[in-house]
Design a protein around this ligand. Structure first.
Ligand code: ZN
Length: 375
């Protein structure tokens, strides 16, 4: 059986090595941009770093109704230490499986919404239309989308957002936010035989981190996403055994729930740690959440039920996404996480996506476009 255009496009994108770092996302953007221009999209390029451009593509008429947005990233995580049994950059297909780094996370998702736009081109062009945010530097903490979201003129407006991250085409209504904090303690170095001449930064950091043991976020558990969490991810200090360490660093990974303002969480963590250390935010992606009874989300659920063979219920994604930056930049528009990749295979050795899921995602996105842009 011949492969569909969306599956062929997924293979083309997988064959481009966009492992991040360094990213090299332009290899994929150079495929994506001409295809979109051919369809009549206008493209704005937002520079994240040298040779690393977020792409914002728009098609449709200027109307009172805002366009429908899709988003996806084209970078991937590294291959990992374990050897692959398949070529990670060949786009090899075996049965219903399309193998390769980025097949699931998330070149298949980008290919699927691109192809839905091709199939619905005329409808999109003659209505309020769609906007596509195709991003770089997602796998290192949504850096590309965060930079993009800070620039109003690039973000523009949209009325609803589809984040095409891997969900096996199950529509997910939100995810926790991520707040990564770097805690540092400074000291004064001295010879290890004369510790009284120095100030030990490791001891300061240790006293601070122990206080987090009974930290309480003081918020009610979210009905779907659960409770916020805090993990001390690492603790570094000192260079050698016979010196007094003059610097120590702790990195905290906090996962927040809707309604928790990161600035407030950061202040309360800093107060708990005390004044022997300083705290700096290294990543902030707020939680996203759209109630399942939101009218648009209800319609997405209704579209997906026959396609996936079950009535969706409100569930969250275990990971965070660019949607955390974009949804808030768009004013909190309803947002669904819905894409063809297999969530358990993201970042794995021998990552693959199901070919049938890619075609199913195209069908789903076409129906979501029809619903938004008028049947
Ligand atoms: Zn991803």
């Amino acid at each position: 059986m011949p492969l569909s255009p969306a599956v062929e496009l997924t293979r083309r994108l997988v064959r481009e090595n966009t492992v991040n770092p360094p990213g090299n996302e332009s290899r994929c953007m150079d495929i994506v941009a001409p295809l979109l221009r051919e369809l009549g999209f206008t493209i704005a390029e937002h520079r994240f770093a040298d040779g690393r451009l977020n792409l914002v593509a728009r098609l449709g008429r200027e109307t009172d109704r805002p366009p429908l947005a899709f988003t996806g990233h084209v970078d991937t995580v590294p291959l990992g230490a374990a050897p692959w049994t398949r070529d990670p950059f060949a786009g090899e297909i075996d049965g219903d499986r399309l193998y390769g780094r980025g097949s699931t996370d998330m070149k298949s998702g980008v290919a699927a919404f691109m192809d839905a736009c091709r199939l619905r081109r005329d409808r999109i062009a003659s209505s309020c239309g769609v906007v596509l945010y195709i991003t770089v530097a997602e796998e290192t903490g949504c850096e590309g989308a965060i930079a993009l979201a800070a620039e109003r003129e690039f973000v523009g407006r949209a009325g609803a957002l589809v984040v095409a991250e891997p969900t096996g085409n199950y529509p997910l209504v939100g995810h926790k936010g991520a707040l990564w904090l770097r805690v540092t303690a400074e000291g004064v170095t001295a010879h290890g035989s004369m510790p009284e001449k120095g100030v030990n930064a490791v001891m300061k950091a240790a006293r601070a981190v122990v206080r987090l043991g009974d930290f309480d976020f003081n918020v009610k558990r979210h009905e779907v996403l659960g409770a916020p969490t805090l993990n001390v991810g690492n603790f570094h200090g000192g260079l050698n055994v016979n010196s007094v360490p003059d610097r120590a660093e702790i990195n905290l990974d906090i996962r927040t729930i809707p309604g928790q303002a990161h600035a407030r969480v950061g202040e309360s963590i800093a107060a708990t740690l005390g004044d022997e250390v300083t705290v700096r935010e290294v990543l902030g992606i707020e939680a996203i959440w759209t109630p399942p009874d939101d009218p648009w989300m209800s319609r997405v659920f209704a579209i997906m039920a026959p396609l996936i063979g079950e009535t969706p219920v409100a569930r969250g994604a275990p990971y965070f996404t660019d949607g955390g930056a974009l949804m808030h930049a768009l004013g909190g528009v309803p947002t669904v996480i819905l894409g063809p990749g297999e969530p358990h295979l993201a970042h794995q050795t021998d990552e693959y996506c199901l070919v049938s899921r890619i075609d199913q995602a195209v069908e789903a996105y076409c129906q979501i476009i029809d619903d938004w842009c008028g049947g």
